[in-house]
Design a binder for this molecule. Structure first.
Ligand code: HEM
Length: 106
């Protein structure tokens, strides 16, 4: 939980604890790669995430809900889905991608 929290904090513009202490974009991508194509699981994971947002009373019109949903859905369906064959396909040295109110940051 601490590692996940540190990653999310960094990805959303907070302190760089994850990259300083735990890993980088490559190591996290590798943890989520090499499991084949899993579109249905991805959609179910996004639905679970949306339910969790509802559970903490982030309503449909709350901009925080939209930003968190968009970030989770983007990560799940792009980077984490890209290296279906093997974690070894993930390039070395990737940084933690940053997300903000207007989406992916340069
Ligand atoms: C399809 C949805 C997802 C699945 C099935 C999934 C699955 C997993 C699994 C199996 C682990 C390893 C747990 C262990 O330590 O044994 C993990 C760790 C992690 N996941 Fe995911 N994940 C998903 C989505 C995401 C998303 C969207 C993010 C970030 C935006 C994320 C970030 C992380 C991080 C930061 C870790 C821990 C890395 C570390 O231990 O340093 N995951 N995930």
């Amino acid at each position: 939980m601490e590692r996940l929290a540190a990653y999310w904090a960094e990805a959303l513009g907070g302190p760089t604890t994850y990259s300083d202490v735990y890993g980088d974009g490559t190591s996290v991508l590798r943890m989520h790669s090499g499991n084949g194509v899993h579109d249905e699981m991805d959609q179910r994971a996004i639905a679970c995430f949306d339910q969790a947002l509802t559970d903490v009373a982030l309503s449909g019109s709350d901009p925080v809900r939209a930003a968190l949903h968009d970030y989770f859905a983007w990560t799940t369906t792009t980077g984490f889905a890209r290296y279906a064959e093997s974690p070894d396909e993930v390039p070395k040295g990737l940084s933690v991608r940053q997300w903000s109110w207007d989406g992916l940051q340069a």
